[in-house]
Design a protein around this ligand. Sequence first.
Ligand code: FAD
Length: 475
Amino acid sequence: MSQRVTVVGGGLAGSEAAWQLAKRGFDVDLHEMRPLTKTPAHKTENLAELVCSNTFKSTELTNAHGLLKAEMRLLGSLILEAADAARVAAGSALAVDRDVFSATVTERITSEPRINVVREEVTRVETACVIATGPLTSDKLAEAIRSRLGVGALSFYDAIAPIVARDSIDDSIIFRGSRYGKETMAGADDEGAYLNCPMTREQYDAFLDALISADQYHGHEFDEVPYFEGCMPVEVMAKRGRDTLRFGPLKPVGLRDPRTGREAYAVVQLRQEDRAGQMWNLVGFQTRLRIPEQQRVLRMIPGLAMAEFLRYGSIHRNSYLNSPAALTRHLSARDDPKLLFAGQITGVEGYTESSATGLLAGINLARLLSGNAVAVPPATTMIGALYRYMNEADPKHFQPMNANFGLLDELPERIRDKKQKREEFADRALAEMQIWIEANGIHERTAVKRVSDNRKAVDNLPGEFGESISLAEPR
Ligand SMILES: Cc1cc2nc3c(=O)[nH]c(=O)nc-3n(C[C@H](O)[C@H](O)[C@H](O)COP(=O)(O)OP(=O)(O)OC[C@H]3O[C@@H](n4cnc5c(N)ncnc54)[C@H](O)[C@@H]3O)c2cc1C
């Protein structure tokens, strides 16, 4: 008799995890609390309901989300197969009819004999299990997870500051340095840890005016975050008084520009986000500005006129774990490799990222239950790079992360042309994913073409479980 396993949460990650386990011969109890217990955002009882936008973002390999999807297709993603079946025209984006999409996932899961959907709220943490209860995990289970993993392991809100790419910052304007030259990390660069963007009074005034008047996102009612000092949006702080930011996150004291020997009127500081130093976080800039407004206003900061945003700021209600502090490399509890977490609760951000972690959690739980070692793809792949981030990010400042090229291992050679660089990233990622699949005996689901093969997106290829609709445009 085959072993029974539990997956908690019938969202994107949980549906994908259950499917992967079933395809590997395990009987799965998939627990979903809707419709008996509701969340503030879901409206239906369908599995894998999309709570907001209807797009899985780009299909192009030169886009981080496109590359992530191409890797997931190699691993046989149910979620992408359903997205293909529900696809609506949206240029190079994979947008779906949300009702057709979630109905397709529900139909596939409920007609899979190995999966038993249990409609109940889970309130205890048990093993062997994948917990994928998402950003709106029920209170009782959140409490159980907290006490199982330790106080401080789970947050209920995110307050995300934007991240920009290092090579898009203008070095002729910024300077390096830590406040009062203090650096407490052993082995850190003598030059100082932060990148500092100095502002004159005129620049500060213009920036403040733009920030105060910028259009901002108003969340759903339940999403209204009770702001406390640690997560106050920068635009709310700016509205409190013209000097509030200058005495807060933009304070210039202790930061002398080595070129002038003087302190600036105000300074925006950028803190390193990844070990390779490709990703830099705007300190204190958690924001609810709309994305085009973030681009417009934040590019007014001296040194950031050409900034490439790897992650945008946001503030949401979001239950997520401090994965670098509480979980292992394959996102399990540290004292129990068979208690895995997947989806947004692990600190990834977005539909595709959440589905990808569900996919890998299903594969890894199946491996463990079959007596095999866990396997995580290398950080040259988008999935592997996301997992590395969840494992190695600074636990003191950990915030959810979306797929982006800044997460990947650098290429062996420096390539200046951005498009060519991304093509190289994509080719390497797909080649290494195939090697990883073969090395770990993970059944390869589709043939893959790389950018260099014919410059067409992998999304054009048929899916594993039937024909996918081919809408990707030739590039
Ligand atoms: C309001 C809102 C808007 C968003 N908009 C976007 C967007 O536009 N684009 C984007 O990419 N991402 C968006 N996100 C993030 C999005 O939620 C995730 O990307 C994605 O849904 C996460 O997938 P998941 O499987 O981790 O969680 P979910 O898809 O939320 O699935 C979790 C499931 O677990 C169930 N559950 C919770 N607790 C229990 C329990 N105790 N027992 C049993 N079942 C339980 C829930 O009912 C739910 O079905 C948004 C999030 C919110 C809250």
